[in-house]
Design a protein around this ligand. Structure first.
Ligand code: DLZ
Length: 199
């Protein structure tokens, strides 16, 4: 029997003028790389241009919320400096993070703020309570960033009990499960497009 789980019949959205970021953790690299590749595959399939996709890494999943928050702020500052967004003074609020420093360096090409950001991490349960604390903090942190900033943040955090479960969900297992990164890429395009109508 086919499963009823999943996002339903695919709709198509034109991502050709979207700017999308992927922020991913480096823990559990083999799984992460496949998820990132899956997300990019869907972005390209929807017409997102390679030059409009930014990939940034953080050490572990716990750092995803701050990575997403600063990268988005950096893109807003960059846009303000190239006349494509609100003014830099409205946005920077004295931040000294590395990502905002990157943003305040002179921009060469006009770039608008990101339309959506995909946060990708893989948490594999161990023998301690680490998993629970990080999963909870990251879930809440990413939701907070998206509601506070208004930019859609796609939840690409796998919270799995075993490595095998992670490999399966990255399309690398023997069970024939599809690569969940592809769903996240499609969700980013859909939300990026719809967000404009909701503005
Ligand atoms: C410490 C830790 C552990 C135990 N497990 C994972 C994991 O399975 N996946 C992941 O993305 N990160 C893990 N980390 C690292 C934390 O997310 C974080 O990078 C460190 O605690 C430093 O803040």
């Amino acid at each position: 029997m086919t499963s009823i789980k999943g996002p339903g019949a695919p709709e198509t959205f034109d991502g050709s003028d979207l700017r999308i970021a992927i922020v991913h953790a480096r823990w559990n690299t083999k799984i992460i790389e496949s998820l990132v590749a899956g997300a990019k595959k869907s972005l390209f399939a929807a017409g997102v241009k390679e030059e409009n996709i930014t990939v940034q890494t953080v050490p572990g999943s716990y750092e995803l919320p701050i990575g997403v928050q600063r990268l988005y702020a950096a893109s807003q500052v960059q846009a303000s400096q190239t006349g494509e967004g609100p003014s830099a003074t409205d946005l920077l609020s004295g931040s000294t993070s590395d990502l905002s420093k990157t943003a305040t360096s002179p921009a060469t090409t006009p770039k608008k703020p990101f339309d959506a950001i995909i946060a990708i991490g893989v948490l594999i349960k161990g023998a301690t309570m680490h998993f629970e604390y990080i999963a909870d903090a990251v879930s809440h942190g990413l939701m907070r960033v998206q509601l506070d900033s208004g930019v859609p943040v796609i939840f690409g955090l796998l919270t799995v009990l075993t490595e095998e479960q992670g490999l399966e969900r990255a399309g690398l297992g023997n069970g024939g499960m599809h690569n969940h990164g592809e769903d996240w890429g499609s969700a980013a395009v859909e939300l990026g497009v719809k967000r404009r109508d909701w503005s």
